[in-house]
Ligand binder design. Structure first.
Ligand code: NAP
Ligand code: ZN
Length: 355
């Protein structure tokens, strides 16, 4: 084992502070990565504050971070896919059983034995896994992704979660030219959803609670912007959408969006509010509408998404921060005050002398 600097939270009410953690020595299939940037996902905040305890409790201390970009420093003896100095990414998963029907079909994210990047049982060290708010990480090569050489790395980090989480359902639901697509919430996930839906050729409408994000939404690729608190503006789009991607992190009225779907239209939840949403039966039965969900994407699809970003020059719009500003960033995330993803410059970890 070796020691690495990290930021951890000691409880649901503690701030993140400098810490020292242990990482495993490389096994033959492992890749050791010096972390350059790590995005801040709203899931990090939900987990640190134990907001998802009804589904998955947080084990403390927690080291969040699953939007990792870094440089390979060392590889195990059986590693064939990577070599030192390669620029690579790691997303929300670091292991799965590889043998179940889900894994065999390329859906590692639905494997009953998936190991998430943080807060998941760690078969190597016997504690829970620790994520990317750290200077270094060791990951099995099967869960390490190639990063296209032409992209800005601070903006690549968020692709590893926000990118794949929006790309996957847009592809699965056949978003393409001629389709009318809504994106609800212009945060980290939402702004990637807009970029992808636009790149796929759809007519994109953004729903936001923040009127000041209107111009940005158009610049990011939206064709129209609706301030969702304005009932008249909402009504104009009633019954007209083929597909809506809902990225909202808080409890909200999903019926208002179900009513905007056309016959057989689909709304997919990727946002994961801590409390259940109320669904009115009539919102679904009128128009035979569909409500579904989606969770990140498999490893092969994540690589496909990164390659798509390389071809189309797509990265996240980021505000780069030092790790010392992470608690302030969490407070701003709760106020929907991020344009549009925080990306932590991990070189800032060097000045820390952890307890
Ligand atoms: P984020 O950056 O905070 O964006 C969420 C956006 O939702 C905000 O920017 C805001 O957009 C809107 N919003 C916030 N509160 C609202 C409210 N009360 N009513 C209506 N709209 C509101 O968060 P994120 O990182 O994109 O994550 C979004 C959600 O997806 C989180 O719950 C996260 O845990 C989840 N997630 C799921 C997956 C998955 O695989 N399914 C993966 C990653 C994240 P406006 O200002 O435009 O209204
Ligand atoms: Zn995430």
């Amino acid at each position: 084992m070796y020691k690495a600097k990290a930021y951890s939270a000691a409880s649901a009410t503690s701030p993140l502070t400098a810490d020292t953690i242990e990482r495993r020595d490389l096994t033959e299939n492992d890749v050791q990565i010096e972390i350059l940037f790590c995005g801040i996902c709203h899931s990090d905040l939900h987990t640190v504050r134990d907001e998802w305890s009804s589904f998955m409790s947080t084990v403390y201390p927690v080291v969040p971070g699953h939007e990792i970009v870094g440089r390979v420093t060392e590889v195990g003896s059986a590693v064939t896919k990577f070599k030192p100095d390669d620029i690579v990414g790691v997303g929300c998963m670091v292991d799965s059983d590889g043998t179940c029907p889900q894994c065999k079909a390329g859906f590692e994210q639905f494997c009953p034995n998936v190991t998430l990047t943080y807060n998941s049982p760690d078969k190597h060290l016997g504690r829970v896994t620790y994520g990317g708010y750290s200077e270094s990480v060791v990951v099995d090569q099967r869960f390490v992704l190639r990063v296209p050489p032409n992209l800005d790395l601070a903006g690549v980090a968020p692709l590893l979660c926000a990118g794949i989480t929006t790309y996957s359902p847009l592809r699965y639901h056949g978003v393409t030219k001629g389709k009318k697509v809504g994106v609800v919430g212009l945060g980290g996930l939402g702004h990637m959803g807009v970029k992808f839906a636009h790149a796929l050729g759809a007519h994109v409408v953004v729903f936001t609670t923040s009127p000041d994000k209107k111009e940005d939404a158009l610049r990011l690729g939206a064709d129209e912007v609706v301030v969702s608190r304005n009932a008249d503006e909402m009504q104009k789009h009633a019954g007209s959408f083929d597909f809506i991607l809902d990225t909202v992190a808080a409890v909200h009225d999903i019926n208002a969006y179900l009513n905007l779907l056309s016959r057989d239209g689909n709304i997919t939840l990727v946002g994961a509010p801590p409390k259940p949403l109320e669904v009115a039966a009539f919102s679904l039965i009128m128009g035979r509408r569909n409500l579904s969900g989606s969770n990140i994407g498999g490893i092969a699809e994540t690589q496909e998404m990164l390659d798509f970003c390389g071809e189309h020059n797509i990265t996240a719009d980021v505000e780069v921060i030092p790790i010392q500003k992470v608690n302030e960033a969490y407070d701003r995330l709760l106020k929907s005050d991020v344009k549009y993803r925080f990306s932590i410059d991990m070189s800032s970890m060097k000045s820390e002398s952890p307890r």
